[in-house]
Design a protein around this ligand. Structure first.
Ligand code: FAD
Length: 292
């Protein structure tokens, strides 16, 4: 189907983008890589008055070191995340997850921030954002504000980005010395997650001093498995600990029934995948993924 008629703006700064949204009629929308948005337009599930294309804004194409954080601009594609040295060194979990996202063509155009802004609960990257407590920089007519991941994902396909606002960047803490792994279950290669589990463990000696676990597709937003985290923290990194902790993986979740899986099966998967993710994170040095 052909999209409904719209006006088009291609600003060269974030401030111009905010202005273009303000001037853009009753339902202006941002486009980044277009991988989720163009199908929505073609199906006429959205009929924006103006499309504000942020692809010419240089500020949004950068990955930078910002103190103890790595800041990733809104036009940085999945492919660029995979190739970036700062991300490899400090937020390897993001690369592990991104490797499982779609295919090369989609990764070449689609952006990390676009995926997070779209907020599909089956999207893989939100699990890293909630687990690692990422921060979102959002620009609007009042200036810029920072929103923590715990407040960014509000509901199904709904985030804290308000009308007339642009997501500028997402920042992740440097966790280069943590043990990480993403375990994804899908029905075929390159498909969306039935369930996914992102794990990041800080291990001092044999003891887990900090544990972060993010869940994909276990509710209407990405979730923290806080029961698992509590069960792991302060414990030795052993199989026994992982087994007991993984049993808590579905606590506080609300998975749906759909064509991929029933809710009960998703609950089962969350436990199995959590245990596997913990095992693989700890044995990471012995696997192909050297820097975990
Ligand atoms: C075939 C296919 C397979 C896929 N498989 C997976 C998968 O396995 N796992 C997974 O996680 N994802 C998957 N995806 C989703 C993919 O990750 C997203 O489509 C893509 O990353 C979205 O980024 P984009 O830059 O293309 O966003 P766009 O499509 O341009 O935008 C998406 C939405 O976010 C909004 N938006 C984008 N950027 C901003 C911004 N800076 N500020 C405000 N709003 C913004 C847009 O208005 C729109 O509503 C798949 C997509 C396709 C097409």
């Amino acid at each position: 189907m052909i999209p409904a008629k719209f006006d088009y703006a291609r600003p060269s700064s974030v401030e111009e983008a905010v202005q273009a949204l303000a001037d853009g009629g009753d339902d202006p929308k941002v486009i980044a890589g277009g991988q989720s948005f163009i199908p929505v337009l073609r199906l006429r599930l959205a009929a924006p008055s103006t499309i504000v294309d942020i692809g010419a804004i240089d500020e949004l194409k950068q990955v930078t070191e910002d103190g103890d954080k790595i800041k990733i601009g809104a036009m940085v594609t999945h492919s660029e995340v995979l190739e970036n040295e700062l991300v490899a060194q400090h937020v390897k979990l993001l690369q592990e997850i991104t490797e499982t996202v779609a295919d090369r063509q989609v990764r070449h155009r689609g952006t990390l921030c676009g995926a997070l802004a779209h907020a599909d609960p089956a999207g893989d990257l939100g699990s890293a954002a909630v687990a690692l407590e990422a921060e979102f920089e959002i620009a609007g007519s009042e200036g810029r504000r920072t929103v923590p991941a715990s407040e960014f994902f509000e509901d199904y396909l709904t985030t804290a980005i308000g009308e007339g606002e642009v997501l500028v960047s997402v920042s992740f803490p440097k966790v280069g010395d943590w043990k990480v792994h993403y375990e994804k279950f899908n029905r075929m290669a390159q498909a969306w997650a039935t369930v996914g589990v992102a794990v990041a463990l800080k291990v001092d000696g044999d003891t887990i001093s900090d544990a972060r676990v993010g869940l994909t597709n276990m509710g209407s937003t990405p979730l923290r498995a806080t029961g698992v985290e509590a069960e792991l923290t302060g414990k030795p990194a052993t199989e026994e600990t992982f087994k007991a902790a993984a049993e808590k993986a579905d606590e506080g979740t609300s998975p749906t029934d759909d064509l991929s899986a029933k809710a009960d099966y998703r609950r089962h998967l969350a436990k199995v995948l959590t245990r596997r993710a913990l095992q693989k994170a700890i044995s990471a040095g012995e696997s192909d993924h050297g820097n975990k």
